[in-house]
Design a protein around this ligand. Sequence first.
Ligand code: GLU
Length: 302
Amino acid sequence: MFGRFAPTPSGELHVGNLRTGLVAWLAARASGRGFLIRVEDIDQPRLPHAEAVAARQLDDLARLGLNHDGPIVWQSRRAAIYDQAMAKLRPHLYECFCSRKDIAEATRAPHGSTAIYPGTCRGLSEPEKAERRARRQPSWRIDARSAHMTITDAIHGSRTAPVDDFVVRRADGVWAYNFVVVVDDADQGVDQIVRGDDLLESAPRQAWLAKTLGYPPPTYLHVPLVLAPDGTRLAKRDGAIGLNELLAAGLTVGQILGRLGHSLGLAAPGESVTAATLAARFDPGALPRQPWLTDPVCWAGR
Ligand code: GLU
């Protein structure tokens, strides 16, 4: 049994990412599980410096003392595993030729919300498909048959959501996050999923896919985000700073872990701690249910 942390190498880990990684490590260690780290670098076209960025992320996790078991897994090296899972799903998949604009128009989704795909390409005939293939590469969607799925989250409780025909493989050939994350977790023996609660809405469709592939259901813990004092997302200006900056400002690793631990109800104000000390105190039921509003720029004395 394993827990895991699965950062995308898109930039430096900021305080919010470090805190989520810490919770993932604590949840795994406090429950006697192994802890795995997976580099979610599947979207190579959009992650031009993935390897170098990931190396810095891994270094940050090591400096916090978040030790891991087994080798680091890189999604970009696992094509054979995704091909196999895709072959298993084949009877449920169909080609989709819709552009983002087509979908937005068909659903009239309010700006910024995730459009539920209305199944436009589900019933295309062979001649219709041939005609569309000549014009654009298809993505592959899974026919979810208007399913609904319920998950239970250790912080957010029970969540039910409709599962739409989501994309499994994009038109540019890249496997979709919602697909690879499910395949990876099952393949690696992960039964405890901890990540930021910006991904809570993705959990029901991932749980549905796991069930469809015959995988055992994992447990979920979606950690509330770290936000700026006014409740907006952390920007560089007001707190999206990383470990290097905090250390350069004179904070020690123990003090940084103490601040993160305090925000999780696991350390006293100003306490300096190790990750192991926090693991001994960890209680998932006592974790805060609200975002943590803070300004790490102030901690760093700037
Ligand atoms: N790669 C995602 C991130 O960096 C996390 C995905 C997951 O844990 O399922 O936010």
